[in-house]
Design a protein around this ligand. Sequence first.
Ligand SMILES: [Mn+2]
Length: 369
Amino acid sequence: MKIAVFSDPHLGYARFEEDSYIQAERAIASASEKADLILCAGDIFDTKIPKLETLKRAMEMFAKARVPVYAIHGNHERRAKDMVNPAQLLSVGTKLRLLHGEAATHEKDGEKVQVFGMGSVPEEYAETALKAAMEGFRKEDGAFAILMIHQSIKELIPGGDDELSLDYLEALPFDLIVNGHIHETSTKLCGRFIIPGSTVITQLKKDEMADKGYFLYDTKTKKAEFVKIQSRPFFYEELEFKGAGEMEIRERIREKVKEIRAKHPDSVIAIKIDGTLKEGLSGSDIKVDGYEHVFVENRLNVGSLTAKLERIRSSREANLSMRDVAVKELKAKTEGKIDRFDSTELFEKLVVGPDETMEYLESRNKKKA
Ligand SMILES: [Mn+2]
């Protein structure tokens, strides 16, 4: 049997909302043609309470699937036990079967595939929850058994300790383990453990330059083939500066954007600018032109402790108080993004306390609403 596995479509993801729909639709359409069964490993929606428009799009696209779809909820959909999560709602409105601590079996031409799913749980309970859930699991005779989860994995996430480990998963009685949550595509345990990755750009990290798509798993050959879907091209660039001024930085960004956009006009571009600035300039002084779908991560002058000390020293020399420095930082970070309040006023309220801050924000809200 051929099983298509995709994950983390994050429908309704605000930054690339239309992409989140279109790319998931492409995955479902392509998988419907190539596979006998579709699995979706969680984070179908980007938020716990999506807009009605997002729910409608989701229902329409899953209703178009021409083969059965089994899914689990992800951490983005997880809600308290007695509350309804949007993945549940989707399973009411379409033929999608949502699994949480239970198994479903799909049979075709005498071949059986049994899928045991567990939706996302807090990482520290993952092993306990999985053990408890599996007490009710009976592997069917002759069935190809699949475990579908949406968790972090200790070996794949640096610094973690509470997460499920590959060692633990390897010992479980499943022929294949499918995981969502991690947005980068990968396979482990000699192909017995697969992560299809997200179908939409969410993190603007270097590894997102890889293709988006889904795995097509063949139970006969026990091999997973990655099927690419057409998706918005993503480029990650790092520009290094030494003693640079604002004009030079803007110019190099402009050139880089122009060069990429000449070939890929609809691309998303993330540019990390790093290094040092001309004396007297600080990272927040650098203003970059507002291009559509270009995201600049400004690491200028923050690399070394020396640079930080230099910044404090030069601001002292300029006779700025720490308060002035903080207000300046806040202003730089919120400028053009938030226009409901004045950053200086907000800072003053924050210094007084949380109650005053909330009162201020509410009063500003009323004014503009
Ligand atoms: Mn996710």
